[in-house]
Design a binder for this molecule. Structure first.
Ligand code: TMP
Length: 213
């Protein structure tokens, strides 16, 4: 049986540059001859993408916080079952744009849902599965929103106010402070080339460490 793959996630508030980070990470990992599945949350499966439309669209703007939380985990359950776990079992790596840290940051810190309620669902849906490495793209909220603001047609989350995103950012930083080994914080406010060099360095160090395990 082949060795289990590794699970890498990218996190950050809107406008932090996750998409660019995803592209770079995919290239760096693939260049090492590692087979890679790229995916995202909420989404990553046909059901998950439909749930994403419900969560990000404007048809249910006033959905309850618990409904939002449960839909995130419904999408995640499907994603783990259909894509993430099968890929990892086959030895492929999974690179995912957001995962459960986003739930702690957005539904937990942002919306105010207590952490222990989220961790019950985390345990239920994921069992022992956690990301092996998380890159947190961090930058001041005003800068992130300014960058994201250039996009037309904001989704249901992008319409939240500054205070909401300040709480989300803080929520992410608290996770990183608690788990510095897993969560690597990248200061995304710097020049793109500097940010990319740091991301490349983090991934290369991680691949080397994993290779030596
Ligand atoms: P994005 O991945 O395109 O940035 O958009 C996904 C949005 O969904 C983003 O605003 C964060 C939000 N989200 C949550 O609120 N909780 C979650 O668990 C996840 C995965 C995403």
């Amino acid at each position: 049986m082949s060795e289990q793959g590794r699970f890498v996630t990218i996190e950050g508030i809107e406008g932090a540059g996750k998409s660019t980070c995803m592209q770079l990470a995919a290239r760096v990992i693939s260049d090492h001859g590692i087979e890679l599945v790229q995916t995202r949350e909420p989404g990553g499966t046909p059901l998950g993408e439909e749930l994403r439309d419900l969560l990000l669209g404007h048809r249910h703007t006033g959905m309850s916080e618990d409904a939002e939380l449960l839909l995130m985990f419904a999408a995640r359950a499907e994603h783990l079952h259909r894509r993430i776990e099968p890929a990892l079992e086959q030895g492929q790596w999974v690179l995912c744009d957001r995962f459960t840290d986003a739930t702690y940051a957005y539904q937990g810190a942002g919306r105010g849902i207590p952490k222990d309620r989220i961790s019950v669902l985390e345990q239920w849906v994921q069992g022992a599965r956690r990301p092996d490495l998380t890159i947190l793209m961090d930058l001041p909220v005003t800068l992130g929103l300014e960058r994201a603001g250039r996009r037309s047609d904001p989704d249901r989350f992008e319409r939240e106010d500054l205070a909401f995103f300040e709480r989300v950012r803080q929520g992410y930083r608290e996770i990183a402070a608690r788990e510095p080994q897993r969560v690597r914080v990248v200061d995304a406010s710097r020049a793109l080339a500097t940010v990319q060099d740091e991301i490349r360095g983090i991934l290369e160090a991680f691949m080397e460490q994993v290779g030596n395990d």
